[in-house]
Design a protein around this ligand. Sequence first.
Ligand code: ATP
Ligand code: MG
Length: 185
Amino acid sequence: MKSKNRTGLLIVYTGDGKGKTTAALGAVFRALGHGWKVAIIQFVKGDWPITCGEEESAKKFSKNGQLLFVQKGAGFVGIMGDKKPRAVHIGAAKKALKFAESIIRDPSYDLVVLDEINGAVELGLLEIPEVLKTLSGRPEPNSIIVTGRNAAPEIIQIADLVTEMREIKHPFRKRKIPAQFGIDF
Ligand code: ATP
Ligand code: MG
């Protein structure tokens, strides 16, 4: 159901605890159930040999055009053996943002998730003004969710809802348990 009385929101999931992308995907699951048209655009992520569970699930919902799922990043930046020139990462992030802008401006997308865009900003791949411009292109009553640690104060300021995931315990910290299939990716 697409209620005519709904209010579009800019939602931020940030913080150092696990659950930011998971929360966004949960919102997507809920929205799809109501017949909303959804886009998930992943920044930074991409160029990874393993397919995430959300990518596989997305294929099922993509068939009728209800869900668009795209990874627009060039992968890890400066870690995990990344040897790409910084310009490649910047180029990918800028392209992702341009794409996100076109999707956000399309009124048919009820919900747009910009996953890990905060990371792209923190890494200096994107400038704050261009991100704010993109976020402000949202037609009412559509909503946007942005995720990633260390959300910029400027984004927090214009957001309607901000939740900080705070790490209390994480299996990696004490027991060095690596990211788990089905739970983490
Ligand atoms: P998720 O995608 O599981 O909801 P997230 O979006 O909150 O996690 P990211 O910063 O995007 O967290 O990190 C992605 C990966 O890092 C996931 O595999 C996640 O489990 C792991 N991770 C998240 N928080 C922590 C933490 N505090 N310590 C170690 N690893 C973490
Ligand atoms: Mg995440």
